[in-house]
Design a protein around this ligand. Sequence first.
Ligand code: FAS
Ligand code: PHB
Length: 393
Amino acid sequence: MAISTRVAIIGAGPAGALLSHILDRAGIDSVVVERSSRDHVLGRIRAGVLEWGTVELLREVGLGERMDAEGHVHAVNNIVWSGRGVLTLDIEQHAGSRFMSYGQTNLQEDLYEAADRRGAAIHFEAADVEVHDVTSDRPWLTFTSDGEQERIEADYIVGCDGFHGASRQAIPDTVLRTYLKEYPFGWLGILSETPPLEHIVYAHHERGFALASQRNPRLSRYYVQCPLTDSIDDWSDDRFWSELTTRLGPVVGPSIVTGPSIEKSIAPLRSFVAEPMRHGNLFLAGDAAHIVPPTGAKGLNLAVSDVFYLSRGFQAHYLDGDDHYLDGYSDMALRRVWGSVRFSWWLTTLLHRFPDQTDFDLRAQEAELDYLASSTHAQAAMAEQYAGLPFES
Ligand code: FAS
Ligand code: PHB
């Protein structure tokens, strides 16, 4: 017997779980199929910064209680380079907005707890998901669960299955346009049960980029740029702390409280966009459609803005018989995506050391940072993009 629903969602990461949550609140039925186990999804350490638009949306849909209790609201972030002291970028002053440190892992836990409370239909460990007839009025997908093949028929299918997912493959090469930029370095990230710095600090240094962030008052998140050829075995905790404190410079470095790492991983950096984000009755949302280097803290926030636009479209369709948001979803989402992709590319290019970089390139980066420090206009431009531009109405 096929499962019948209105919206079939592939992927129960932040995008898929949040979309299912919002649709349920509007009384719109959905079913989610997730390749991994629940614990595997919850075990991922990823994003840490929420734009204020994301914060307000999560509050609006009943997901703000723990975030407001455990998240850390920031009005500023800091940038250090070449021993030139600390630039405090006043996001609240320049953009009239703040941002929040709240780990994606915590958000995922909140989403799954909400899903449990509402008895959500999330099929974990759903293997071999395949998408069919996406240009028909009744697209369907198949998957294998406990060795049994299952079928879900729906009005719409939404691919929230990340960069390596199956849904994007359902768009013909004659329709799909992709844009890719791969960076010649990665980020080595660690978690440590140590008190974090008060502010988030981005560091440009001739030895490479570094970032000091946090998850809560007892849990710090740090990153250093590393060659793509490195593995975590190349990085003892001592080597990590030495590099981090050196790159954070003489003013900030000494404030770092070191301790044993409880998680260590290396992520490659890439910029990727797939267009269009709709084909027939298949929609793409989140990392299934776009990837940004984490420098601008945009990945998770873009997934949320896609879900906001798409859930608004489904509500207008089912509750008001109005399709203009669904018909305009791809163009509207892509305007925000490209804005964040460009900002993330700009900040990554400004703050990282590229292997083929010349001394001129290094001095030009330092000169741009000096200009940023000297110009309230340049700071305002960076602040409003870091804070996240308003959602389109
Ligand atoms: P996700 O990739 O989170 O979720 C997709 C889900 O689909 C997964 O659970 C996957 O198991 C499932 N899936 C995949 N294929 C499937 C299939 N065929 N069938 C069924 N299910 C399938 N962003 C930041 O802002 N800051 C950061 O510091 C940061 N660090 C990151 C580090 C890493 C290693 C990675 C990979 C990403 C990082 N990101 C960061 C970006 C990240 O937060 C994403 O933007 C966010 O997870 C996007 O959420 P989703 O679109 O739901 O995709
Ligand atoms: C994080 O806390 O993981 C984080 C913070 C800021 C970024 C990227 C990642 O730009």
